[in-house]
Ligand binder design. Structure first.
Ligand SMILES: [Zn+2]
Length: 459
């Protein structure tokens, strides 16, 4: 197929702007459906909505792909300092087990070995307060390892002080995300805002006791990923995956995290399907548009997807993951492994928009590309600074105020146009011309085993 790229570029750029349906998708996902914790009816209606949108855009293959998820829920947690009337706001860490305890509060600083040693005599049976940030004067230790140290010293529960100010709290994991498993907490852990944390520290200095109650429940349920294909004309058996998660944490409408990525998946599919229908320009290899469930629950959706598909089917040429796009306008493509750098760089150069590629120096496990990386599949994310971005909105992920207003519609329209042009170009590179990109899954595992004792950097 000979393609006039200049007119295709114009068409896709224009279509991504003037026919964009991003605003109505945001209303539907964030305002009308709202929080989409995987396995809840709200999350299922989001998946149904996405499938219906894909079908309406002409992707007849759009379907739900159900799987079993290990999930969890909780009632509002309660805490109170003995002798003080006002309750203390606490939020359980993800998958926190039930706990009911009244015990002395012990300040353990950053929970480093040195600090735990210094408080060891008082820690047995106590509730420890700890700052998960890295203590500046010792080698940084991942927080899950510090929680294990506190558990071994006998702490019955841990209060972790959130990085955010202004009374904000958010859900965090208590175990290492890189293991890709729902594992038991080393010790029941809850989050408090920075202000509450410093208040508790002052009470701890005065020998106060705290009562803490978490009522929670872990159970199994069914949820579903969504998948839709735009079949390739030249190499239909080869494919590229473009994905992003549609679920959220409990009680968050998930604007930045991750309606932003979800709507770009839907819109990129829409504009490329429209291009095919209206001008006959179709992708060379097949493009698969996937939205994952249970990303917020240890990436169980993408892990299930990889397991369901990549045994029987050939691995994709590339997986591009879209998560938290409120960090800034698109600057380029970040690869987890270097093999495809030259090939992608050539497409970006041909596009002429000044986009660049980068390669991660540490495997990034914070989103749905990770299970693909583990399988030896080349993966990419779209923005280098996912968590500390250009805009203040990028600091919202796992909290009730991550609403639709945290999404910059103009940026997302630009993402759609650029991404559609990039993946269409990539789809027309014959599979035989892609550099050898199968990574040895065992080599990837060895790399993770080595990296897991060091902090998980996010940029
Ligand atoms: Zn996310």
């Amino acid at each position: 197929m000979s393609i006039d790229w200049r007119s295709v570029d114009r068409w896709l750029t224009g279509d991504a702007w003037v026919r964009s349906r991003i605003p109505e998708h945001l209303v539907q996902l964030c305002d009308l459906i709202g929080p989409r914790w995987a396995s809840t009816p709200q999350e299922r209606s989001a998946a149904d909505y996405i499938r219906a949108q894909m079908q309406a855009h002409g992707l007849a293959s759009a379907r739900l792909e159900p799987f079993q998820v290990d999930t969890w829920t909780h009632e509002p947690a309660r805490a109170r300092i003995e002798g003080r009337d006002a309750p203390v706001d606490v939020l359980p860490y993800l998958f926190c087990p039930p706990v009911s305890v009244t015990a002395p509060l012990i300040d353990t600083g950053f929970g480093t070995l040195r600090e735990v040693e210094a408080t060891r005599m008082k820690l047995a049976g106590a509730i420890a307060i700890v700052d998960p940030a890295f203590e500046p004067f010792t080698a940084p230790t991942p927080f899950p390892i510090r929680l294990r140290t506190l558990a071994q010293a006998g702490a019955q529960a841990v209060i972790a002080i959130d990085r955010k100010t202004g009374g904000r709290t958010e859900y965090h994991p208590a175990t290492d995300w890189r293991t890709l498993k729902v594992e038991p907490h080393p010790v029941p852990t809850v989050d408090v805002s920075r202000e509450t944390g410093t208040l508790l520290r002052r009470y701890a200095a005065r020998g106060a006791r705290l009562s803490l109650e978490v009522k929670s429940r872990a159970y199994q349920a069914t949820t579903a990923n969504t998948s839709a294909e735009l079949a390739g004309t030249s190499w239909p058996d080869a494919h590229i995956v473009i994905g992003g998660h549609h679920d959220t944490v409990l009680n968050s409408p998930g604007g930045n995290d991750n309606a932003s990525g979800t709507v770009v998946v839907i819109e990129t599919a829409r504009t490329l399907a429209a291009l095919a229908a209206e001008s006959g320009v179709r992708p060379g290899c097949t493009l698969r548009f996937v939205t994952f469930s249970a990303e917020e629950q240890f990436l169980q959706g993408s892990a299930a997807y990889v397991k369901q598909h990549y045994g029987p089917e050939p691995l994709p040429l590339l997986m591009i993951n879209l998560d938290e796009l409120s960090t800034g306008f698109m600057k380029g493509v970040v690869l987890q492994f270097p093999e495809l750098r030259g090939l992608i760089e050539r497409q970006l150069t041909a596009m002429g928009d000044g986009l660049a590629t980068h390669t991660m120096t540490q495997l990034d496990a914070w989103s749905d590309h990770y299970p693909f990386s583990l399988r030896g599949i080349p993966t990419a994310i779209l923005w280098r600074w996912r968590f500390f971005g250009k805009y203040p909105e990028s600091d919202f992920h796992h909290e009730p105020d991550d609403m639709a207003d945290k999404v910059r519609v103009r940026d997302l329209k630009e993402y759609v146009g650029l991404l559609a042009r990039l993946v269409l170009r990539l789809s027309h590179v014959p599979p035989g011309e892609w550099p050898e990109n199968r990574l040895d899954a065992r080599a990837v595992q060895a790399r993770i085993a080595e990296e897991i004792t060091s902090p998980h950097r996010t940029m």
